[in-house]
Write a protein that binds this ligand. Structure first.
Ligand SMILES: *Cc1c(COP(=O)(O)O)cnc(C)c1O
Length: 388
């Protein structure tokens, strides 16, 4: 084992099953390790580096702001945060934004907003948040409790009470919980990312929206992974023709720096008032200046490029030797392979391609602007790895 890997084992909490790659630098969709070996990146730092690593316009926007005012407390006004909130509302029709630093925090805010809204509207006994089985909403205790996968829960009992998980597609289960004790909020991912890159059925999503709307239940869409162009639309819910009350997002919004945002629509826009919530780093000027640069470039030209790249991936891998199925949406794709996914990923690493896993699938989250020629080369490597 290298010195770096053994020091990591000694000093860094062992929470990640890292692949044996020591990254040193990168540009766009090409990363280089400490030995100078280069890799085509199909993971984007888990859907974070939407424009690839070290995008020039993003670096310029962040460094300019770093030189001007890198941090201020939320007791004062700063322009990048306001500008980003205005852009997010303008692009989505949402009315207000709360900024945090991660996806989990964006979801914590969403849960608080739904609970407060429902407590005020329906009484303190209405606190239950319904999420889906196989979902993933984060690692903090509340978002872990929201996550519908038992293996994340085992060692952290007791969890935060007031979460129920229903099967995707089972609208009747939601109605039953609502009849029994009232529902304070419903939270979904339009494409379950960590759950294996599984899109929800459009009819179910629209049924949820209709039920939530008719029964005054805030609908929360977790766009932490699916958002910011990843699905081929600005936010994945836009592909389903619904209008959520609350949208949480993070990962790709920051272009490589930590950010989380909770967007609140008309129905819940005034729920949070002085003192209800806060974050020291939330809305940080340098981070927000970078996010403004990213969001301003997620336009129709970029999104049609995402859909074009998506088609190339589906066409190349569907029916290829050793590939059992290809699922997903836009540039968020899961590949069920005959061989164990981790073996396929290891073979790709040997041959200079970085991809991820999600449950038993190989997961692809390339940069939204990955050059077609690089994508084709990487897919040839992946195709070989699945079949060989
Ligand atoms: C990654 C992810 C989260 C958690 O985001 P963090 O930034 O790691 O806290 C929450 N929800 C979904 C759908 C995610 O993919």
């Amino acid at each position: 084992m290298s010195n770096l890997q053994s020091l990591d084992k000694t000093y860094v909490a062992g929470t990640y099953a890292r692949f044996p790659v020591e990254l040193a630098e990168g540009k766009g969709s090409v990363l280089r390790d400490v030995n100078g070996k280069s890799y085509i990146d199909l993971g984007s730092g888990i859907a974070v580096n939407g424009f690839g690593v070290g995008d020039d316009q993003w670096i310029a926007a962040v460094t300019e702001q770093l030189g001007r005012l890198p941090h201020a407390s939320n007791l004062y006004y700063t322009e990048p945060c306001v500008k980003l909130a205005e852009m997010l509302c303008g692009r989505t029709g949402m009315k207000k934004v709360f900024f945090g630093n991660s996806g989990a925090e964006a979801n914590e805010c969403a849960i608080k907003v739904a609970r407060k809204y429902s407590a005020e509207k329906k009484g303190a006994g209405c606190f239950t948040i319904v999420t889906l089985k196989n979902s993933f909403h984060g690692r903090t205790l509340a978002t872990l409790s929201a996550t519908g996968q038992d293996h994340y829960h085992e060692l952290y009992q007791p969890l935060v009470p007031g979460f129920e998980h229903i099967a995707a597609g089972d609208l009747e289960a939601l109605k039953a919980i609502d009849a029994e004790k009232g529902v304070a909020g419903v939270m979904i991912e339009c494409v379950q990312g960590e759950g294996g890159v599984v899109p929800l059925e459009a009819g179910f999503v629209r049924g949820l929206e209709a039920y939530a709307h008719d029964h005054d239940i805030p609908l929360i869409v977790d766009e932490v992974q699916t958002g910011n162009g990843r699905s081929g639309a600005l936010y994945a819910y836009m592909n389903f023709g619904i209008q959520p009350d609350i949208v949480s997002t993070a990962k790709g919004l920051g272009g490589g720096l930590p950010i989380g945002a909770c967007l609140m629509g008309e129905r819940v826009q005034n729920v949070l008032t002085y003192g209800d919530h806060g974050s020291t780093f939330g809305g940080n000027p340098a981070v927000c200046a970078g996010a403004v640069s990213i969001l301003s470039r997620i336009d129709e030209a970029l999104l049609s490029g995402v859909r074009e790249r998506s088609r190339l991936i589906f066409d190349t891998l569907t029916g290829a030797p050793g590939v059992e199925s290809v699922t997903g949406m836009g540039l968020m794709i899961g590949v069920k392979t005959a061989k164990p996914a981790r073996e396929v990923v290891a073979r790709c690493i040997e041959n200079g391609v970085l991809c991820l896993t999600a449950k038993d699938r190989v997961r692809l989250l390339p940069a939204l602007n990955i050059p077609m020629e690089l994508l084709e080369r990487a897919l040839a490597v992946l195709r070989d790895a699945c079949g060989a």
